[in-house]
Write a protein that binds this ligand. Structure first.
Ligand code: PLP
Length: 218
């Protein structure tokens, strides 16, 4: 794992943050990377996040990257530093409510559905634009929208992957200029996983979420 970690760290440009996606890997694998200096880890299930967050060092920054049900928000908010997978306004409202109870502000990304597969969740760009224009989110004092997340289609066609990331990158610039000011820190572009991280970075990513290339195949 040390060699894989060093390879990834050494090939990531400085402005790109690495989220080590530790879902389904044991706490011991997280500890191993923690010892090497990694502090940001991504999980996709509420119960697994809770178990790991409660047993591992408190200075780990946990990122929630999986599909999030409203009923699970209360189990996630106490532990996370960033939720990548917000895909509807009601979810954002629930995150706001739970964050308010804990007297904190929870950072969120809006997940954009760009991949062609039916199974991928997220806002379409149109839905996202409409939600932002409607403006209800502006009253939510305990969340902060910090950027966008997306997953490309799972394909060998690099050109298709590139076009998908590129269109989300343009969309990011569009909504940043129409809905956010400099003070809002709308600045996170979370795209790129083990297999498509190089293309993602070329197409504007500044946060990659990497599982198998770090931890190995399950
Ligand atoms: C599992 C997962 C990843 C990591 O995928 P790898 O291909 O293992 O790097 C990244 N993002 C999300 C949303 C995931 O669910």
């Amino acid at each position: 794992m040390k060699a894989r970690y060093e390879h990834i760290i050494n090939t990531l440009p400085e402005h790109v943050a690495l989220i080590a996606v530790s879902k389904y890997y044991p706490a011991s694998a997280i500890s191993e990377l923690y010892e090497l200096g990694q502090r940001s880890f991504g999980e996709s299930r509420a119960s697994e996040l809770k178990t790991k967050a409660e047993s591992l060092p408190k200075d780990i920054e946990w990122h929630f990257i999986g599909h999030l049900q409203r009923s699970n928000v209360k189990h996630v908010v106490p532990y996370v530093s960033l939720i990548h997978s917000v895909d509807n306004l009601r979810l954002l409202e629930e995150i706001n409510k739970q964050a308010m109870k804990l007297n904190r502000t929870t950072d969120c990304l809006l997940q954009i559905r760009i991949a062609k597969e039916e199974t991928k969740t997220g806002f379409t760009m149109l839905e996202c634009r409409n939600m932002l224009e409607a403006g209800d989110w502006k009253g939510l004092q305990n969340i902060r929208i910090c950027g966008l997340m997306c997953m490309a289609t799972n394909t060998d066609d690099d050109q298709q992957i590139r076009e998908e990331f590129s269109s989300v990158n343009s969309f990011f610039q569009e909504i940043k200029s129409s809905h956010f000011s400099k003070e809002d820190c709308f600045c996170i572009r979370s795209w790129g996983m083990s297999d498509d991280r190089r293309i993602a970075i070329e197409e504007g990513s500044n946060m990659v979420r990497i599982g198998t290339a770090l931890f190995g195949e399950h």
